[in-house]
Design a protein around this ligand. Structure first.
Ligand SMILES: [Zn+2]
Length: 141
């Protein structure tokens, strides 16, 4: 994932937004309020964009995991998952599961993960609002 760079220090004594030479207080970061607003708006926009990309990856992972649950398949090779668009680096939670396995979650769906596969794909708790309740298979009657 691409990383965005926001320059936060002004050791060179220049405005963080336009690069103009600053004068006045030593902790001054911007040459004017317009530059301050532009800089902060840009930071906010980058954060929103980053969050949106992360949510897109999580949503795609959830769709893939949901596909396996519907097929009642509990494991998958990492190479197959990645071909489907699965991103192993985004999760909503993780913990040390039983038997020493690392358990990861994507909202309401959890699984154990090794470098080569995921297994024990299962639903934890109530289905996520990301899926229509009518399309969710129940684990046990
Ligand atoms: Zn400026």
């Amino acid at each position: 994932m691409k990383k965005y760079k926001i320059i936060e220090n002004r050791e060179d004594g220049r405005c963080l937004e336009c690069g103009a030479v600053l004068s006045g207080r030593p902790d001054k970061k911007y040459c004017c309020s317009s530059c301050k607003n532009h800089h902060n708006n840009r930071k906010r926009d980058l954060a929103i964009k980053f969050q949106g990309k992360t949510m897109t990856l999580l949503w795609r992972n959830h769709q893939i995991l949901e596909f396996f649950l519907r097929k009642r398949v509990t494991h998958a090779k990492m190479e197959d998952l990645e071909m489907m668009g699965f991103s192993r680096e985004v999760v909503t939670a993780h913990r040390q599961g039983c038997n020493g396995h690392k358990e990861f979650s994507c909202f309401d769906i959890a699984y154990y993960q090794t470098p080569r596969k995921i297994f024990n794909i299962h639903r934890n708790g109530e289905p996520s609002p990301l899926v229509k309740s009518s399309s969710v298979p129940r684990d046990k009657p």
